[in-house]
Ligand binder design. Structure first.
Ligand code: SAM
Length: 244
């Protein structure tokens, strides 16, 4: 019998956002590889899941743990991977494990569910037909070149950012992509969920008055969509003027 690897999405805040299938799979597998066993412990307790066995699987032990999980799969076991929140592998560990499990001929199954990027996009009011997920920009080296590449991006841009770098990110957005429609989605699915729309300038003003706390997704309109909105606003101004 060949082992199976399940990539299981978990809530990004609200514990009710767990699928029935995710609960069942976590109850049935031989091993759950978790980014943080304590964090996953809270989720398992909430759902009364008696895990057979748990192991930690995070960025800094990923190489060693990938080998261990592959060994378990070779023994024909079922292994689930969960991260602290959302979909594993999306700005989270386990990409390497998925690649190697596939290369090793094991079955890899998705148990889909929340991801902050898609959750934020779906309520942003920015075009959803085409978008680019940038995740976290590099903190130092390579950050400026990512911004330069994004200057010409026509798709809606989705970024993750930590609270202490949010103002810096908005300032960079103002410098590199200009005053395009921008949305900041904060603490999605949690008590202090907040969606703020504006230009980077307006958002800097907002978050200077209310210092950023919690988790953030930043979404920026693509270049042509922003230009289209700007042209429509100018046309409307001219129309109003002409009518007078
Ligand atoms: N794997 C996760 C996913 O599928 O969304 C992302 C993990 S990444 C390490 C964590 C980042 O995701 C946070 O710093 C924040 O940018 C974003 N994030 C996660 N939960 C969020 C939430 N409830 N509201 C807003 N952003 C969130």
């Amino acid at each position: 019998m060949s082992g199976t690897l399940f990539i299981v999405a978990t809530p990004i805040g609200n514990l009710e956002d767990m699928s029935y299938r995710a609960v069942r799979i976590l109850s049935e597998v031989d091993l759950i590889a978790c980014e943080d066993t304590r964090q996953t412990g809270v989720l398992l307790k909430h759902y009364g899941i008696q895990a057979r066995s748990l192991t930690s699987f995070f960025e800094h032990n990923e190489i060693k743990k990938t080998a261990e999980v592959l060994d378990r799969l070779k023994r024909g076991e079922m292994v689930a991977v969960v991260s602290d929140a959302g979909t594993p592998t999306i700005s989270d560990p386990a990409f390497r494990l998925v690649r190697e499990a596939r290369q090793g001929g094991f079955t890899v199954v998705t148990i889909p569910g929340p991801s902050a990027a898609i959750a934020a996009l779906s309520i942003s009011g920015l075009p959803t037909d085409s978008f680019v997920f940038e995740g976290f920009l590099p903190v130092k080296k390579g950050r400026q070149s990512r911004w330069k590449a994004l200057q010409h991006e026509d798709r809606t841009i989705i970024l993750y950012e930590s609270p202490h770098r949010l103002l810096r990110m908005l300032d960079e957005a103002r410098t590199y992509v200009g005053e395009r429609p921008t949305v900041v989605a904060r603490e999605l699915t949690k008590k202090f969920e907040e969606i703020v729309h504006g230009t980077p300038d307006e958002l800097i003003d907002h978050f200077t008055k209310r210092p950023p706390k919690g988790e953030f997704v930043v979404l920026i309109a693509g270049k042509s969509y922003a230009a289209k909105l700007e042209k429509a606003a100018i046309d409307l101004t001219l129309e109003v003027k002409f009518d007078k």
